[in-house]
Design a protein around this ligand. Structure first.
Ligand code: FES
Length: 196
């Protein structure tokens, strides 16, 4: 039986140590990458999420008086309504019956805090979600179509809230505040941009 040279043993130990060090550094890097990849993908919004948050453009060139369009913005319904002169005149008749006729609660951008709650009087833009518990009210523009004093507006059949043709809520309704006006502007006379 031959005895081992102590120098050989020392050399083997050094080779083993170097191998183990390299292996543990490699495994550590793999583990870190395994954690980092899901974290990065979680923090970066995916393409559809980015798309959903983008402003949307709507062509309103063919809209007739009284017509309503509904589009989705950030997965929420947004109504666009072209109001006639008669519809705008109805806003003078509802004032005394409203909870917040001057829209003092911040349910609209500053540029829409006026009687028509809009940039252009004829074009109304509203989030189609009731401020009570989130149902979607229906558009009822015809006078007397909900009750005898009805001048036209939006009616939420879930619990009976009524809103006028500017989305202002009537007194003694379950909905506490007016319907929300989202941010928007006109790119030109025929194009509405919602979300900016
Ligand atoms: S959710 Fe509209 S009245 Fe209750």
């Amino acid at each position: 039986m031959s005895s081992s040279d102590p120098n050989d043993i020392e050399e083997v130990d050094q080779v083993k140590r170097a191998f183990l060090q390299k292996t543990s550094v490699f495994l550590g890097a793999v583990g870190a990458a395994g954690i980092a990849v899901p974290l990065v993908s979680y923090l970066s919004p995916n393409k559809s999420t980015q798309e959903a948050g983008k402003p949307i453009k709507v062509d309103i060139s063919s809209m007739q008086f009284g017509e309503q369009k509904t589009v989705l913005w950030r997965s929420k319904p947004v109504w666009i309504i072209r109001r006639s002169e008669a519809m705008l005149a109805s806003l003078n008749m509802t004032t005394g019956w409203l909870k917040d006729p001057d829209s003092s609660v911040g349910q609209q951008p500053d540029y829409a805090q006026n009687q028509t709650r809009s940039v252009r009087p004829d074009i109304l833009v509203l989030l189609g979600i009731c401020t009570h518990l989130g149902c979607s009210p229906t558009y009822r523009p015809e006078p007397k179509s909900v009750d005898d004093s009805w001048e036209g507006g939006f009616y939420c059949s879930c619990h009976g809230s009524k809103f006028d043709l500017a989305g202002r809520v009537f007194k003694n309704m379950p909905a506490p505040i007016n319907l929300e006006v989202p941010p928007y502007h006109f790119q030109d006379g025929n194009t509405l941009v919602i979300g900016e």
